[in-house]
Design a protein around this ligand. Structure first.
Ligand code: ZN
Length: 263
C-alpha cells in the first residue's frame, strides 16, 4: 500500500543520512525520487476524502433513527487532523523537492524534515478547535447533512458566530492565508475561487492556465493539489477581493507613516 512506501522512503533516507558522518548532498535528480513519493500522498488524501463521505452517510442514517451521532462527529475531527498531517508533510516534501531541483543543498535532510514537520504540526495543534474544525468545509458539510435530517426547511445556524465568515480561513485552515495568486505570485486581481479545491487565483491567470491546457479541466496549479479545475468551477470571490484591497490600503498607509518618520 502507498502508506508503506512513504514509510520506506523515509527509512531509505534515514539510512543514507546515517551511513556517513559528513553532510549528505543530493543531486537534483533526487527531486524526481521525492516526486514519486509525493504521488503516494494523492491516493492517501483521496482515501481521506472518502472517509468524510462515509462518516457523513453513516451519521445521517443514525440521525434518521434518532441515534447518537457524536462518536462520528469526533471521527470527522480525527480525519481532519489526519488530513492536516498529510498535507503538512506533503507541503514540506514539495518544498524540499523544489529546493533540491534548484540545486540547493539541504544538509541533514531527514533531520531537516523532522524539525520542520514538528514545527508546523505544533502550529496546527495549537490552533483553536474553532479554526481546526468548525471552519473546515468537510466538518460543515457533515454538520449540515445531519442537521437537514430533522430540519429540512431551516438553514443550519452558523457553528461559529464571527459576523463575516472568513472564506479563505474556513477552507484552507492548514495553510497560511495568502492574498497572492499562486500563478502570478502578485496580489490577487479579480480573485476567483475554484469550487473543487477552494484555491484562489487572479481570474485572468487561471483562465489562461485552463485554456492553455487545451482540455476542459486543467490540473490545479497549486503544488500539492491534485484537483482538476474547469472554467465553470471558478466563482468570483468578493470577500477576498475586499481583503486584498484593504491589505494594500493598509500597506500604503504604513509606507506613508514610515516616510513621515524619516522626515
Ligand atoms: Zn487546487
Amino acid at each position: 500500500m502507498s502508506q508503506r512506501s512513504v514509510g520506506e522512503s523515509s527509512r531509505q533516507a534515514t539510512q543514507v543520512d546515517e551511513s556517513t558522518s559528513a553532510e549528505v548532498y543530493f543531486d537534483p535528480t533526487y527531486a524526481t525520487k521525492i516526486g514519486s513519493y509525493l504521488t503516494d500522498f494523492d491516493s492517501l488524501l483521496n482515501q481521506v476524502n472518502e472517509a468524510y463521505g462515509h462518516l457523513t452517510e453513516a451519521a445521517v442514517d443514525l440521525e434518521n433513527i434518532n441515534s447518537d451521532t457524536q462518536p462520528l462527529d469526533e471521527g470527522v475531527k480525527r480525519v481532519i487532523d489526519v488530513e492536516a498531517q498529510l498535507k503538512l508533510q506533503q507541503r514540506l516534501l514539495n518544498d524540499i523537492k523544489m529546493r533540491i531541483s534548484r540545486g540547493e543543498q539541504i544538509p541533514n535532510l531527514v533531520q531537516h524534515f523532522k524539525n520542520e514537520y514538528r514545527n508546523v504540526l505544533q502550529k496546527w495543534n495549537s490552533r483553536s478547535e474553532d479554526v481546526r474544525y468548525l471552519r473546515n468545509e468537510n466538518y460543515l458539510e457533515f454538520k449540515s447533512k445531519v442537521w437537514e435530517v430533522n430540519h429540512p426547511n431551516d438553514p443550519m445556524p452558523p457553528l461559529v458566530d464571527d459576523g463575516e465568515q472568513d472564506e479563505d480561513l474556513m477552507v484552507m485552515s492548514t495553510s497560511t492565508v495568502t492574498l497572492k495568486c499562486p500563478i502570478t505570485t502578485t496580489y490577487l486581481e479579480d480573485p476567483v475561487t475554484s469550487q473543487v479545491c477552494k484555491h484562489s487565483f487572479s481570474k485572468e491567470a487561471i483562465v489562461g492556465h485552463i485554456r492553455q491546457s487545451r482540455t476542459v479541466a486543467a490540473s490545479c496549479p497549486v503544488s500539492g493539489c491534485s484537483k482538476y479545475i474547469k472554467i465553470s468551477d471558478l466563482k468570483p470571490n468578493k470577500s477576498l477581493a475586499r481583503r486584498v484591497k484593504q491589505w494594500l490600503q493598509s500597506q500604503e498607509e504604513e509606507e506613508e507613516e514610515e516616510y513621515m518618520d524619516v522626515e
